[in-house]
Design a protein around this ligand. Structure first.
Ligand code: ATP
Length: 303
């Protein structure tokens, strides 16, 4: 089956600065891909390239099997997007904005559906000049989702949204994905992307350094146990002397790279008559994996 989004060897420089280096990835229909990376990594540049908003220096981009470029936009007729800040006209109501962008035979129904889905009824008929940051952001998202797109590209969609709205947006996106819509989403809120996406692309300095499913990311995570004792200093020395791997930090953080490391550490501590107060498994999450990959502590895993 043709991938919904295919990016192949994408290159982009701004003047002498190389911003994207051979970026390649594929997102299949109905999947939610998270694009994560430090500030300036090139996330928005990738998104703008896919949307044919900027010239690229090399590579190919295709949506639903059709090529996209700055001069060829036909493939984008079924793509919704929110890049950076939503364009808002202060003296128009939210509903007027949506009606302006709605396509298809029953525009009013499309507008009502998206307003209901994103719970914007209370303010949709007020002028946008009175909207809060979060309300404007939701209007921008509503525009992106309005026309039943096949592919949706959202750059930092959670910006300005309260936790309730973030949760609600997640549910709307997952429901649309289950019905076949494909998403490419960037965000700095990694904990949210972790709940939302099923695929993770980590971008660093214009290169995809890791491309994996969310499940593989979890499975590949290192498990760390933190042990608290009545004599951490002595316990730590014993563990280090036995060559058991310790993660940096103040407490005793044993890395369970091989099964049995925790057992061995606990035996050493008990054997030395040191009292164990607690043993906790440190939550391993997307943030840890992200930091590891970006800081070069892990090799790239290509799914
Ligand atoms: N129009 C432009 N002219 C010159 N340089 C640009 C332009 N747009 C982006 N850049 C540069 O390209 C690099 C990547 O920018 P981009 O906005 O794609 O990063 P990002 O990953 O989206 O960052 P952030 O997380 O901060 O939004 C940055 O160094 C940025 O300064």
């Amino acid at each position: 089956m043709t991938a919904m989004l295919q990016v192949q060897d994408l290159q982009k420089s701004f003047g002498a600065k190389k911003v994207l280096r051979d970026v390649s990835f594929t997102v299949e229909r109905g999947h939610i891909a998270a694009l994560v990376g430090p500030n300036g990594a090139g996330k928005s540049t990738i998104m703008k390239s896919i949307l044919g908003l900027i010239n690229t220096d090399g590579g190919t981009l295709s949506v639903g099997g059709k090529k996209v470029s700055i001069t060829s936009h036909q493939a984008l007729s079924h793509v919704g997007a929110l890049i950076e800040y939503p364009g808002i006209y202060p003296f128009m109501t939210g509903r007027q904005h949506l009606t302006l962008f709605a396509t298809g035979a029953d525009k009013d129904k499309r507008v009502n559906d998206v307003v209901n889905a994103l719970e914007m009824n209370k303010y949709i008929d007020a002028k946008a000049k009175g909207y809060s940051l979060g309300m404007k952001q939701k209007l921008g998202i509503a525009e992106a989702l309005l026309n039943q797109p096949d592919l949706v590209i959202l750059d930092e969609p959670m910006n300005g949204l309260d936790p309730q709205a973030v949760k609600h947006l997640r549910e709307v996106i997952q429901k649309m994905a289950a019905a076949g819509t494909t998403f490419l989403i960037s965000s700095h809120i990694l904990s949210e992307l972790e709940k939302l996406a099923d695929m993770v692309l980590i971008l660093n300095k214009g290169e995809i350094v890791s491309q994996t499913t969310m499940q593989q990311m979890h499975e590949g995570n290192t498990i760390v146990f933190t042990i608290e004792t009545n004599d951490d200093e002595r316990a730590k020395k014993l563990i280090a002397a036995a060559d058991l791997p310790l993660a940096p930090g103040k407490g005793i953080n044993v890395i369970e790279a091989n099964a049995g490391n925790l057992d061995a550490a606990l035996r050493l501590i008990i054997g030395a008559d040191i009292t164990i107060n607690s043993v906790d498994q440190v939550e391993s999450d997307l943030e840890t994996s992200f930091l590891n990959v970006v800081n070069g502590k892990e090799g790239a895993t290509n799914a």
